[in-house]
Design a protein. Sequence first.
Length: 233
Amino acid sequence: MSNADASELGRFDAIAAEWWDPRGPMAALHQINPVRLRYIAQRAGGLDGLRVLDIGCGAGILSEALQQSGAEVTGIDLAEEAITAARSHAAAQERDIEYQTISAEALAEERPGSYDLVCCLEMLEHVPDPESIVRACAQLVRPGGDLVFSTINRTPKAFALAIVAAEQVLGLIPKGTHDYAKLIRPSELSAWIRHAGLTLCETRGMHYNPLLKTARMTDDVSINYFIHARAPR
């Protein structure tokens, strides 16, 4: 629990019951999820039969999509109410997903090299020590396995659009969801990935249109971006 912010966990626990409402506080996450899933599946060469770990899974929007695509999924999060909501929704949908309230670091000690694919999306900007999460991801993936990270760039444009516009003006996500000081530049995340012994394969941006409620991948990494990495064999 040392690499967790109690206020961050409380914020996500508070909206756990509304997580699966496509018009609720996580509406934007529902809207970008198909694009996230497609990117992950393409970089992993398909998901059928893969052992996949979803770190910072919340109430399971990505985890269920991964499982529905044929993966064997484990989802972890330290927000207990969110995990409870994830388990409840998976049970109602008859989806076989393992959910645990455990840190990435603790799971890495228990299950090193256990996953073909490790995903850590929209989570690194919410923890005190994101580099520790990256190291844990490197431990959890099998040799030759894939990793996908996503987060928000620390730029004036991201501040204006992802925080001021998205949170305070348009109300796309709850106020206080993001702290500009915790946002992560691609150069920083890339360095942590390399320090963890991983190979950086690709960096891509994601553009979200709040009016059309659509998302697409792009070369512009000034706001939201993804990094695909791979573990050495």
